[in-house]
Every structure is written in structure tokens, then in C-alpha cells.
Design a protein around this ligand. Structure first.
Ligand code: HEM
Length: 247
């Protein structure tokens, strides 16, 4: 090992490519804050899902804008139920503290959440392709939904494959990307505000931009978190690994 590299390691630093970074990661955010934040962002879409499902019991005469759901209710019911499970259950899977304290619960919840996410994405894809389009949803939004649903399925498949190969860091990264796209439904609550409150944005372009922004922001945040983690993790070693000084 080169002299400078050993020196960095002894003082708790590592040198990789041209960067010098601390070998110990920054202290992670407190688990309850992460969970609370994710659940808060999930709140509106989860409540909307409940309202949509309850609507099948409480609505006598569906409005024109919801007729498609009543004509073919199975996909939207599956979508609302499994997307909600994915968002709420997923929020508890990410904080490292919870994973370490309850490894079995993490494993068993994960076995349920992988298919839940897949059903969410597959039904999202099905509805995009089969439900009649409402006025505000143009072809660009359809394209974005197909892309996002497809990407979510790919990310989940990668999450499952890396898990089977015991590549846990990669597994976490793929699951985070899939979750970020699902949680787009929460971010879209905020990015869609102009569509509802600004006349000039109340059109297909405004709707597409607001929806795409929700997915893009979440994916960017997930990639940023993963980038920061990679910067603090030596390849091939578990996170938090520190060299033991000789002697
Ligand atoms: C991969 C991510 C997702 C995709 C691609 C997707 C796609 C879709 C599509 C295509 C529709 C039908 C739109 C229409 O015909 O008006 C829909 C409706 C819906 N989705 Fe998602 N969705 C996703 C994630 C979620 C999540 C995470 C939730 C909440 C937990 C959610 C809750 C709903 C609800 C409640 C509706 C019904 C909306 C209404 O009542 O008008 N979706 N989604």
C-alpha cells in the first residue's frame, strides 16, 4: 500500500481516484425522522387511494370522469391497495437502525413489498394503456407513465436479483430507486399545485410537466443519497468499515 494511502487510512480517511473522503460515513438521519418524512409524503396518495376504493361502495351513480374505474374496477382497486402498501411498508424498510434492530421483519416485509410494488407498476401500466384517457392527460403523460411503470418493474427486478445474489448494498440502491418512483405520487401533490391554481398551467402540457417533475425530483434525490453513500463506502466492504491501525 502506498505511503500516502496508509496515512489517510490511519487518520480515518481514504483516498479514491482524485478525492479524499472520510472513511466513516456522516451520521445517518434519525430513523423516526426518515419514516415520518416518507409517511408524510405518502399521506395524500394513500388517503386518495382509500377514497377511491371506498367510492366503489359509496357511489350510486359514478361521474363521467370516473366511469372508466367503474367499468373496469379490478386494476384500479389492485393499484390503490398495493401502491399504498408499498409506500407505507417501504417507509419502514429504509432506515438502517430499524433494519438492524428487526432484520427478520425487514426480510419478511420485503418479500411482500417486492410483489406489492410490481402490482402497483403493472396495474399503472395496464391503466395507462387500457383506460380511456381523460382530457387533461395527453400522450406525453401516457409516455411518461409507461416509462416510469417500466422502470419501476426493472428496478424491482434488479432489487430481487441482487438480493438473491446477496449483494445487499446494490439491493438497497435498486429498492430505493423503485420506491422513489412510487413516492412520485406524493411529490406530485406539490408539483401539481400550479395545474389547479394557475389557469395558464391547466392544460395537458402543465399536467405532463407537473407529473414528470414529481418523478424526476424523487429519482434525483434518490441518486443523490446513493451517490453520497457510495462516496463514503469502500467497494467490497460493508458500510461503516474502518481500517484497524496496525500495531
Ligand atoms: C409506478 C408508479 C405509478 C404509476 C405508473 C401509476 C399510474 C397510474 C395510472 C395510469 C392511473 C390511472 C389514471 C387515470 O386513468 O386517471 C393511476 C391512478 C391512481 N393511482 Fe397511480 N401510479 C403509480 C403510483 C401510485 C401510488 C404510489 C399511489 C398511492 C399510494 C397511486 C394511487 C393512485 C390513485 C388513488 C389513482 C386513482 C386516481 C383518481 O382517483 O383519479 N399510484 N395511477
Amino acid at each position: 500500500m502506498s505511503g500516502p494511502r496508509r496515512l489517510f487510512m490511519m487518520v480515518g480517511m481514504t483516498q479514491r481516484s482524485n478525492h479524499i473522503v472520510p472513511s466513516s460515513p456522516p451520521s445517518p438521519p434519525r430513523p423516526h425522522r426518515v419514516v415520518a418524512g416518507l409517511l408524510l409524503l405518502s399521506l395524500v396518495p394513500v388517503v386518495a387511494s382509500g377514497v377511491r376504493v371506498l367510492g366503489f361502495v359509496t357511489t350510486d351513480v359514478p361521474g363521467a370522469d370516473e366511469q372508466r374505474f367503474f367499468d373496469q374496477p379490478v386494476p384500479i382497486i389492485l393499484h390503490a391497495v398495493f401502491a399504498s402498501l408499498f409506500l407505507v411498508g417501504g417507509a419502514l424498510q429504509f432506515p438502517r437502525g430499524i433494519r438492524r434492530r428487526f432484520p427478520r421483519a425487514h426480510r419478511w416485509a420485503g418479500y411482500g413489498l417486492l410483489p406489492a410494488g410490481a402490482i402497483m407498476a403493472a396495474t399503472g401500466l395496464w391503466m395507462t394503456l387500457r383506460y380511456p384517457r381523460v382530457d387533461l392527460d395527453g400522450p406525453w403523460l401516457d409516455g411518461a407513465r409507461v416509462l416510469v411503470a417500466g422502470a419501476t418493474l426493472v428496478f424491482l427486478a434488479q432489487g430481487g436479483l441482487t438480493l438473491a445474489r446477496r449483494r445487499y448494498l446494490d439491493h438497497g440502491a435498486w429498492m430505493m430507486r423503485a420506491y422513489a418512483l412510487g413516492l412520485g405520487a406524493g411529490t406530485q401533490v406539490f408539483t401539481s399545485l400550479p395545474v389547479f391554481f394557475v389557469d395558464a398551467a391547466h392544460n395537458q402540457t402543465g399536467r405532463f410537466v407537473s407529473m414528470a417533475a414529481g418523478w424526476a425530483i424523487n429519482l434525483a434525490v434518490a441518486e443523490w443519497v446513493l451517490f453520497r453513500r457510495r462516496a463514503h463506502t469502500k467497494p467490497g466492504r460493508p458500510r461503516g468499515w474502518r481500517p484497524v491501525p496496525a500495531g
